[in-house]
Each structure stands twice: as C-alpha cells, then as structure tokens.
Design a protein around this ligand. Structure first.
Ligand code: FAD
Length: 617
C-alpha cells in the first residue's frame, strides 16, 4: 500500500488503538489501523488480567458503547472474580484473568471482522501536517496514508527505554523496538512532554513451581462476565496459587537496592504509586515482613506464570535469588526477567474533552501516551478518540462524556483538567457520583447514547430494547404493590410496624429483602427473569441516594453546558489574580465545570468568567 485515503488512521494496535479503530469503523468511517505487527494487536504487555475495582466499570462502559474489550475478555477469561462481592454493587468490580493468547487472537479476529476497518502493518515515522492541520501519516517504507483525522496510541513506545539493574536498552516493551523517529517528530510539535515509568515482574516456568505447598484460589462459582451480551465463560476455568515474600526475600532486596535501576538512580520517570515494585514495597512498608503474591497462569496452552506482586528493576541475578527465597518458588525457573520501562507521555492538559490535541486539529491521543496506566484506561480513551476522529471525518458534532454519566467521563475530565503527576489509574473513589455510576447499570447509562450515535450492532440494540422494556414493566408492577409492615413481618422481614404501606421498589431497597417475597402479592412477577430481578433490586437500593444526588448532577450538567471557547482570554479579565489567570491559561478548561475544579478557583472568580461568557454570547 503506497498511498491511500482514509477517514481515520489509528497508530498503534494496543488496547487504545484497537478500541479506537473499531469505534471509528462502527461509526461508518473508513479506518486504517497501523501497527508495527498485526500479531501485536491486543498484546497484554504486563499482567494477564482485565478489570478490577474502577477498571471493571470502565470495561462495562466500553461494552455498553458496543466496544470490544469486554466481549474479548469474556472469551479469554480463565478465572472470573467479582471484587468486593460482599460490599454494595456500587463498589464491586468485575475482574478476569485472561489467557493472553486467546485474548490476542480474539482481539485480532474482532478487528478483521469489522467492516470499514483495514489493518496495515508498518511503523509510522511522520505525521502529515498542512496549514496546521493533521492530514495523515507516513510509514517507514515511504507509504503515505491520508486521512481527515489521526489517532495516536503508541503506549510505552515513544522513546521507550528498558531497565534491568544497570543494564539499559531502547525498546517499546520486551521484544519490541521503541518508536524513536515518531517521538522526535512529536517533539517538533512543541507539545508538553514528560517522562513516566512502569515495571513488570519476572515470568516463571509453572512446571518448576511446587504447587503442592501452596494455597490455591479458584474463581467465583457464578462468574460475573463483562459484556452485557455474554452469557457464560467459554475457556476452561483455572485456579491461581498464593504465596508470600518473607524476611529473607526482603533482606536480599534491601542488600541489593543500589543495584535496582530505580534506586540506583538510572530512572528519572515517575512510577505508579498504586502498583509499586517489590523494592518499593520493601522500602515504603519496611514494617511488613511479608507481601502476598498471586501466581497467575498466563495461558491454558503454555506453562508461563505471572507472579503478581513482585514487579522489579533489579538485576537478573538478584531476581533469581529473591524468587528462590519464596515458598513454592525454591526451584522456579525464570523465563523472562522483570524490568522497568521509561517512556515519553504528553501532558493531557494539551487535549480537549474529545481527546483532540488543541493545537493540532485532526490529531487525537489515547492510552498510555496520555499518562495513564492500564489496559482498561487505554481502551476507554481509545473508544472516545475513535468516536471523535470518525465524527470529525464525517462533519459530525464531537462526542463527550460527563463525570455524571460515566467513569469514562471522570477519567477524561481528570486528565484534561488536572493532568498527571504519576501514571493515572482508575479507582471508584475518583467518581463523585459512584452510587449511580455502577458497573451493573453501565448499559442503562450509555447504550442509549451509543444507539443514537449509530455505533451499536442490531443485535445489541434489540437486546437492550428488550431489557429496558422488561425493566420498565417490572418497575410498573412493583410500584403498584402496596404491602403493610405486618405482612412484611409475616414474610420474615424486620421492619417497624409504622402503619406505612410500601410498594415493591421500596421493599427491594430494604437490606434483607428478596424478590421472592413479593411473588404472593403479584403472581405475574414470577415471570420476571433472574437478571431483571437482580437489576431491579440494585436500582431500588440506590434510588433514594440517586434522587438526593440529582440536584448536584443537574448543577454539574449546567456547568458542563457552559462551554468556554478555546481562545478565551483570561489575561483580559479584571478581578482575577494574576496567578489564577496564569493557571486558567495553562489549564484551558473546556467548560465552567472544569474551570471550577482548577486549583485555587474561587466562587467570585467563577462569577467573573461566567459573566464574561454571557456577555460574549
Ligand atoms: P500499548 O498496549 O503499549 O500499545 C502500543 C501499540 O502501538 C503497540 O501495538 C505498538 O506496536 C504500536 N506502535 C508504537 N509505535 C508505533 C509506530 N510508530 N507505528 C506503528 N505502531 C506503533 N498496566 C497496569 O495497569 N499495571 C501494570 O502493572 C502495568 N505494568 C506494565 C509494565 C510494562 C513493562 C509495560 C510495558 C506496561 C505496563 N502496564 C501496566 C501498562 C499497560 O500495558 C498499558 O497501560 C497498556 O498496554 C496501554 O495501552 P496502549 O494501547 O496505550 O499502548
């Protein structure tokens, strides 16, 4: 392919790139996914797992928009666990250990099946810029792909440097070369760049682990899948082993700290605080003499084990020593040493809420390049960038997400308004409206929006419509019930005899209530399926809180609707301190909601900005 025109070109076939390309193609855009190797599509650079707290919410939201990560993870899942199962649904996180080979195969198959999507193997070395607008890309072999928009999702590849002890080499991740020419080109754009780092543990040969001495953890009996379209796991389910570091392990690590790339001063980038290396844990939690390690199988078709919890940048001989000090791993063979990687990222405050680069119309950034860490964070950004790249190519309005409708909205607002000081990962605590942004209701929050955009399959639309209809009918029947406290007492529910009558939804909100106890009051309810019963129950539990949040959500929506033009002149605003003017000028908030979250913002300053906006309208 020497020269070709597309609507959208996506650079990179990792988690952000695959999701971006698929989303753009679902929107009807002629899309090219350019990646160094088609075999690299859907590669999991680090842990073979998808989801978790906060991250599982993102996967459900991607799925609700008909994205691919959830259904691929379901097909690849070899152990499913719902984290925080004993806590309320708002903070539960679906997680699956994935067979990385199946994940890669299935992700590539999704890309190949998708109409309007072409996979192009090659290295992008240049971006075409004409009169300040991005017009396509040039590949290392000289081929030119012209397009209306370009999505850049190069992960850890921009000037990636791999560290193992004091050894360092250029690389995008182990076995892949770094993207140096593209990084230099991006440098020439004058975008604000920073340096971050992350690490991965050594991989072990499962045949050399003494499993008989270890505790084993199975998955959940009733697996909780990611996709609203999936029904049951398809891969064989397995357990993982559990072991611990000990005083001897910590001693070996302490004695060799100066040989670690990070502690030896070889790395400048900032690492993820919430995903520390084993040397970090030994130093920061010096009082602890053991750390848990999960021994997770990477695939059903090989013996590679991922020891979750001991990522490192220590030299290989020290890795051998400390691994062998751990129970069950005395004779474990290291197949690939752990390493740290340092890479360039772009300060995401240079981006708008649609993930476009403000200074270069047509260019969108998604994934680790924006300072995030994790497959799910990358994929969620890919979805947003892909939708918007397609919207731009087809002259449609941009598509944004709000803090009040999704974790996707929370993440993009955080990134574009606050930037990152360390690799950003999602947590439920980042979402102020987490009682309404639950993993279980992601489809109710987002699938309607996706249908309106036209990026949803007929099958999903039909299933969603049927579910919404069943929920509406269920709610109607439940609202029509009128049950006394004494009837509830007779059914075994401990409620005060206050003379009040309750409808079915109010009863389902009670802590010990069960759908079954409502059946004698309306036999038609027996026809409601298990899934719909569970959803009605979850929705009922949170209905009161959500009503109470409604005013805050409404206020936020109003603020988000007050758009601040990109060229807004803060220096010209009287009554604002110089410091605040400079902060606002740097942050370039997209709307009044973002302006309110700028560090140091005051109600008086907000009023000044708002009145200027109103005057300029
Ligand atoms: P990637 O998955 O890195 O994909 C980038 C893609 O871009 C690749 O397909 C590459 O071939 C392609 N590409 C790059 N340059 C070019 C070019 N010039 N032309 C064409 N194609 C190009 N996350 C966690 O949550 N926890 C962890 O503990 C963790 N540890 C990690 C450890 C290591 C060593 C690494 C490398 C990553 C780790 N991650 C971890 C991060 C996780 O892997 C990433 O967040 C995620 O893969 C990012 O997805 P992405 O799509 O942005 O980039």
């Amino acid at each position: 392919m020497k020269h070709r025109d597309f609507d959208v070109v996506v650079i990179g076939g990792g988690h952000a790139g695959a999701e971006a390309a698929h989303a753009a193609a679902r929107m009807g855009a002629q899309t090219a996914l350019v990646t160094m190797s088609a075999d690299g599509i859907g590669v999991m650079s680090c842990n073979p797992a998808i989801g978790g707290l906060g991250k599982g919410h993102l996967v459900r939201e991607i799925d609700a928009m008909d994205g691919v990560m959830g259904r691929v993870a379901d097909r690849a899942g070899i152990q499913f666990r719902l984290l925080n199962r004993r806590k309320g649904p708002a903070v539960q996180g679906p997680r699956a250990q994935a067979d990385r080979r199946i994940y890669r195969t299935e992700m590539r198959a999704e890309m190949e099946r998708q109409p309007n999507l072409w996979i192009v193997e090659g290295e992008v070395v240049d971006l075409l810029v004409e009169t300040g607008t991005i017009r396509g890309v040039t590949l290392a072999d000289g081929a030119v792909l012209r397009s209306a928009s370009v999505v850049l999702t190069t992960g850890t590849f921009l000037r990636g440097v791999i560290h193992i002890g004091d050894e360092r080499r250029s690389g995008g991740r182990m076995g892949d070369k770094a993207a140096v020419r593209l990084a230099e080109r991006i440098d020439s754009f004058g975008l604000p760049l920073g340096r971050l780092k992350t690490g991965t543990p050594p991989r072990l040969d499962g045949r050399t682990i003494d499993w008989s001495s270890l505790d084993m953890q199975p998955g959940d009996e009733t697996p909780e899948l990611f996709s609203f379209m999936s029904h049951a796991p398809t891969a064989r389910q397995v357990s993982c082993g559990i072991t611990h570091t000990n005083a001897r392990t910590h001693e070996i690590i302490r004695e060799n700290l100066s040989r670690s790339a990070m502690y030896g001063g070889h790395i400048d980038g900032v690492g993820p605080r919430y995903c520390p290396s084993i040397e970090d844990k030994v130093v920061r939690f010096a009082e602890k003499d053991a750390h848990q390690i999960f021994l997770e199988p990477e695939s059903l078709s090989d013996d590679v084990i991922y020891p979750n919890g001991i990522s490192t940048s220590l030299p290989q001989d020290v890795q051998e020593d400390y691994v062998h000090s751990i129970a069950g791993l005395e004779n474990a063979r290291i197949l690939q040493p752990g390493y740290a990687i340092e890479y360039d990222y772009v300060d995401p405050r240079a981006l708008d809420l649609d993930l476009s680069v403000r200074a270069f119309p047509g260019l969108y950034l998604a994934g680790q390049i924006n300072g995030t860490t994790g497959y799910e964070e990358a994929a969620a950004q890919g979805l947003v960038a892909g939708l918007n790249a397609a919207a731009r190519a087809n002259d449609r309005e941009r598509i944004t997400f709000s803090r009040s409708d999704s974790y996707i909205g929370v993440m993009i607002d955080d990134l574009t308004s606050r930037g990152v000081a360390e690799p950003y990962r999602m947590f439920t605590s980042r979402a102020e409206f987490r009682l309404s942004l639950r993993a279980d209701n992601a489809d109710q929050r987002l699938t309607g929006k996706a249908i309106a955009l036209g990026c949803v399959s007929e099958q999903r639309k039909a299933q969603f419509d049927a579910k919404m209809e069943a929920l509406a009918q269920g709610r109607e029947r439940l609202s029509a019930l009128s049950i006394t406290a004494s009837q509830l007492n007779d059914a075994g529910l401990n409620v005060a005899r206050d003379g009040a009558r309750r409808n079915g939804l109010q009863i389902l909100a009670l802590p010990e209530a069960d759908f079954e106890l409502l059946l004698p009051h309306d036999p038609e309810l027996a026809k409601v399926s298990t899934d719909i019963r569970r959803q009605l129950g979850n929705d009922a539990i949170y209905a009161n809180y959500i009503d109470r949040q409604a005013r805050d959500v409404e206020a936020l929506r109003r603020e988000e609707a007050a758009i601040i033009p990109a060229e807004f002149d803060y220096a010209d605003l009287q009554g604002l301190s110089r410091e605040l003017q400079q902060k606002l000028d740097r942050a370039r908030p997209a709307n009044m909601g973002q302006a309110a979250r700028v560090d140091g913002m005051t109600p008086a300053a907000l009023t000044i900005i708002l009145s200027r906006l109103q005057r300029e309208q």
